[in-house]
Ligand binder design. Structure first.
Ligand code: EPZ
Length: 429
């Protein structure tokens, strides 16, 4: 299994291009199930999760074609991906596929809307929490589906098609909003979604659906009004920049010191996060087509952070900012409110010399003067990359195991960091 070796201590200087967002690309790909015409997605990140979802969608009958291949790349990699589900040949999403990637559960909405039926395996829990699907089932029932849960599968039927309805989510859910919004585009009549997730990736999906012929008002707000259409058509859409990748590299620069421009991204995706970075003593400026981040060795100030749905501080940057706070000049408090078990990185950061104590949903991070290299591993994507950030300043050598987590969500991580001066390499056995 691959490992990553980091020798800490180098500052980062240069430019890092930010990729298209994994968490926008996945629902956009699933939206291809809503039409028999081609959906062309540009700025696709080359990630294990994207390749896996291509395979899952092929199982339902989607043809995938890849354009814009770079030299030496295989047939599945390319910056532009065409997805065409001319015929849905199978409305079953089996356990062996859905269990590998939770977002594939979201096919429930489009399959039900287009075919009147879907049988989708329950995704199960994962390392960061139990992650139930009650809000998905509630919203599909409001749109007229009959739902049974049988032998680990959600069996959903809408013989006469879906109809519009008023969905009031009791809790903000990104996935349930994606799924309900996609289903509503082909339901008869008007659907209102209240307390919808406002994450930029939800707005990106909505904009793409509009290009496909959907009628959606309130994009970017927590109240979406959707007029169902008889059919949607093909479209071309550019995947939004990855705000979590942006924030992760901003934190890497904050950690090591140096001066890096992150291109193809925008401060507007990350207001709450950038406010915290500035409070910690990091320089952050909006520049043409990107963000410039620098720190020149001044003390890092401790922070008090609470994760919240957008526009609050993102849970997907909680592990990475904790890595930064391990070196702050004082004690930080980091409260995780979205997932109940998203502190798996704490014990691994401790192996690098961090001083963190947990009190329920809150981590108290006592800043230390130095971190030191060690062998570490993590159980999820964002936790893994927090260890990379810590490894970039840890004295000596850090070896990160279970690199496949990183490959799910960070395109060319080692290449992007080493181009800015980091001593980081992948070791394959
Ligand atoms: C999305 O997951 C992201 N995944 C996650 O990123 C991200 O952490 C999360 O949103 C929150 O921002 C993708 O976009 C592919 P939720 P999602 O439904 O949609 C509870 C990463 O590292 N809930 O917004 O699955 C749930 O348990 C990943 O890239 C219910 O109770 O998250 C959680 O506590 C990890 N019932 C909260 O809502 C439901 O039916 C928010 O989860 C659905 C969710």
């Amino acid at each position: 299994m691959d490992r990553i070796r980091i020798r800490g201590g180098n500052k980062l200087n240069g430019t890092i291009p930010i990729s298209g967002a994994k968490n926008a690309a996945l629902p956009l790909m699933i939206a291809s199930l809503l039409t028999d015409e081609m959906l062309r997605l540009k700025n696709m990140p080359q990630l294990a999760d994207v390749l896996l979802l291509q395979r899952i969608l092929r199982n339902h009958g989607t043809d995938t074609s890849v354009f814009g291949k770079r030299a030496g790349e295989n047939n599945e990699n390319g910056e532009t991906v065409g997805l065409m589900a001319a015929d849905i040949v199978d409305t079953v999403a089996p356990y062996n596929l859905v269990s590998k990637m939770r977002a594939s559960f979201w096919v429930l909405g489009p399959l039900l809307a287009r075919c009147g039926e879907a049988k989708v395996s329950l995704p199960g829990g994962c390392a960061i929490g139990t992650r139930p699907v009650d809000l998905f089932l509630m919203s599909m029932e409001i749109l007229g589906a009959e739902i049974d849960v049988d032998a680990g599968y959600v069996v959903a039927k809408a013989k006469n098609g879906l109809h519009g309805g008023r969905i009031v989510f009791p809790k903000v859910s990104v996935g349930a909003t994606h799924c309900a919004m996609m289903a509503a585009t082909l339901a008869k009549g008007e659907t209102v979604i209240e307390n919808a997730a406002r994450e930029p990736e939800v707005g990106d999906l909505a904009s793409c659906l509009v290009k496909m012929g959907a009628q959606i008002e309130g994009i970017g707000t927590s109240s979406l009004h959707i007029q169902g259409k008889d059919r949607l058509h093909g479209a071309e859409h550019t995947v939004l920049a990855d705000r979590i990748e942006t924030g992760t590299y901003a934190l890497a620069v904050a950690m090591t010191g140096g001066d890096v421009t992150l291109t193809g991204t925008s401060t507007q995706l990350l207001d709450a996060f950038i406010a915290k970075l500035i409070e910690a003593g990091v320089n952050v400026e909006a520049v043409d087509n990107g963000i410039q981040v620098s720190r020149n060795g001044t003390n890092l100030m401790p922070l008090s952070i609470e994760t919240q749905p957008y526009p609050g501080f993102p849970t997907d940057l909680q592990a990475q900012i904790m890595a930064l706070m391990t070196m702050a000049n004082g004690t930080s408090t980091i409260r995780e409110t979205i997932f109940e078990n998203r502190f798996m990185h704490v014990q691994e950061l401790a192996r690098l010399g961090a001083d963190i104590s947990l009190q329920g949903d809150t981590a108290l991070v006592h800043g230390v003067k130095k971190l030191h290299g060690a062998e570490v591993m993590a159980t999820d994507l964002r936790a893994s990359v927090s260890l990379v950030i810590a490894g970039l300043v840890a004295r000596g050598e850090t070896i990160l195991h279970r690199v496949y987590h990183l490959d799910r969500g960070f395109e060319s991580l080692e290449a992007k960091l080493s181009a800015c001066g980091a001593d980081i390499e992948r070791i394959s056995d």
